[in-house]
Design a protein around this ligand. Sequence first.
Ligand SMILES: Cc1cc2nc3c(=O)[nH]c(=O)nc-3n(C[C@H](O)[C@H](O)[C@H](O)COP(=O)(O)OP(=O)(O)OC[C@H]3O[C@@H](n4cnc5c(N)ncnc54)[C@H](O)[C@@H]3O)c2cc1C
Length: 247
Amino acid sequence: MAGTAVRRRLTWQVAKVTAVTVETASVRTITLDVPGWPGHQAGQHVDIRLTDEDGYVAERSYSIASAPGEPVALTVERLDDGEVSPYLTDELRAGDDLELRGPIGGYFVWEPDDGGPLLLLAGGSGVVPLRSILRHRERTGSTVPVRLLYSSRTLNDVIYRNELDIPTAGVEVIQTLTRHQPPGWAGYARRVDAALLAEVAWPAAAMPLTYVCGPTSFVEAVSQDLVQSGYRPERVKTERFGGTGGT
Ligand SMILES: Cc1cc2nc3c(=O)[nH]c(=O)nc-3n(C[C@H](O)[C@H](O)[C@H](O)COP(=O)(O)OP(=O)(O)OC[C@H]3O[C@@H](n4cnc5c(N)ncnc54)[C@H](O)[C@@H]3O)c2cc1C
C-alpha cells in the first residue's frame, strides 16, 4: 500500500490546468486538476516537466501554494531570462495539460501537531509554501501563534496581497519593501538582517519553529542570523529556490 503510494508520487502524470490567476505583473497562480491526487502536506512541492517538439526536456520544482484538501495550485514568478517560468506564467492557459510528479518533500512541511510558535520568513516567491502553511493552519482551526516576515521589492511585487491583508486571529504579518515604498508605508523599508530579525522574530527562548524560504542568498543569510541569535538549528527549516535574489 505504502509502496503503491510512493510509486504513484514519483510517476509523471498529466494534470489539467483549470485556472490561471494574476497575482502580480510577473506572478501567476496555476490551479490544477490532478487525477487521483493522493493529497499533500503544507510545504511540499511538485516537479514540472516541459517537453518541446524536438524532445528537449526541462524540469523544475514548484511549491504547492494551496492547503491540503484544496485543489493543487502553484504560484510561479517569471524570470525574464528563465527557461521554464516564462512558459508557465505567459503561455499556459486553462484547459492545457501540464506534466508533473509529486507531492515531494517530507522536511519542509508543517502539521498542526508540530506546534509553534511559528516564524515564517519569506523572500519574494518564497512566500508560496508558507501560504500553504497559513491556509492549513486556518482550515484546521489551529491556534498556533504565527509571525510572517515577508520581504518584497515593492508593494506591487507582494504576492497574495489581499489575502495577507485580511486580519486573522493569532497571525501577525510583517512586511518589508526593499526597493521602493509607497507614500505612507507603515511597514519596514530595508532588507532582512540580524537587526530586523531582532525586532520582529520571536525570542529564542520561545523555541519557535521556523520556516525560511526564498532565493538561496536570502535563506542562507537569514537562517545564519537566526542561529547566531540563539535559535536551535534543528527548528529552523529552510527551502532554497535558487538564484541570488534581491529581496
Ligand atoms: C523546492 C523548490 C520549490 C520552488 N518553488 C517555487 C515556487 O513556488 N515559485 C517559483 O516561482 N519558483 C519556485 N522555485 C524555483 C523554480 O524551480 C525555478 O528555479 C524558477 O522558476 C526558475 O526557473 P527558470 O527555468 O525560469 O529559470 P532558469 O532558466 O533555471 O534560470 C534563469 C536565471 O535565473 C536564475 N535563477 C534561477 N532560479 C532563480 C530564483 N528562484 N530566483 C532568482 N533567480 C533564479 C538562474 O541563476 C539563471 O541566471 C522552486 C525551487 C525549488 C528547488
